[in-house]
Design a protein around this ligand. Sequence first.
Ligand code: ADP
Ligand code: MG
Length: 373
Amino acid sequence: PRPHPTIRVRPLTCTETRRGDQQVVHSLGDGAVHVSATSPSGCRGWGGLRHPLSRRCPHGQVNAARHDATFGFSAVFDAGASQEAVFEGSGMRQLVELAIDGFSCTVFAFGQTGSGKTYTLMGPLAQSETQPVSPALLGLMQRSFTCLLEQSRSRGSDLALSASYLEIYNEQVRDLLSPGPPCALPLRWSKTRGFYVENQLSVEFESLEAIVSLLLQGSQRRRTSAHALNRHSSRSHALLTIHIRSRTNQPPTWVLQAGACPSKQGTLCFVDLAGSERVKETGSSGELSVEANSINRSLLALGHCISLLAKPRGKRTHIPYRDSKLTRLLARSLGDSGITLMVACISPSSQCLSETLSTLHYASRARRVTTRP
Ligand code: ADP
Ligand code: MG
């Protein structure tokens, strides 16, 4: 089955609860999400629907007078949903299996800063080296790695696994696994390979420990390379790609006699997108405004490609993958042979209302994407 846009609503944080924020997002079951602002103070930003990511969208039914809106999705996980429930219910397990079968599979988490993207993909940060995160809280990534390694054993096929980890910061592609300070790598295109990153490091791994350690090392480099810790991590897009080459252990004898060894290659890519919040037109200057502009541009380009892909194939015009590094890198996964799972992360707080609506509109538009192998 093909995965569909999935919504994840995180619980209110302690700060939000203390501040007295209202919970304005409710899951109604059956994939329906209801957003309602009940008091005037809860309506902050309700009119702020103009956002780079949300053109006017016909999917959500907005009732301006009553300040509420309902959206329909194939899966909605609310504050009580466990990490395991998200893994099983989002179609992530099937995505891993399709990647093993040779497809280009991508899961991307998007939403405003603080909405739970990293938590959903990787789980919470470890308190310290000696206090690892409880296994129940591990995110989609670790669960997928486990599933991948289990499958590789149980299928009796010989899977060759390798990983690459990139970030896109200010429209520059950087390798998070190469030694030394992150340097910008050129993004090229060739007829046979499509878009690819030149000199990108790819590291082979065979165990869960090895890939988790690559993930943590890369993520750390992403975080420490900026002045403001948390800020930076949400100011770049991070792409971890697992390359899966599978060879059958026992190919039929006639194949061996022909001297061929059949193999297929799939990919599983995890994308932690930069925060989608609208950047104030005023006030930001210098480095921050450069950052903000490149994030806006790339998210806008992604939204544009997604909305064009959502049209029936016959009515589609040219898809402008070249508009940003992000869309170039995601071209194969978004294109006709790729399979994409989107996880839209939202905060239930009244303070985040405007961004929440933007995220839901963005996800609604993506719902129509019909990439199918
Ligand atoms: P983002 O990556 O979107 O900026 P984070 O994943 O860092 O956001 O989440 C922001 C905060 O909310 C973190 O402290 C995180 O632990 C917490 N959080 C996010 N999602 C959940 C959840 N489903 N359950 C509990 N805490 C969560
Ligand atoms: Mg994050």
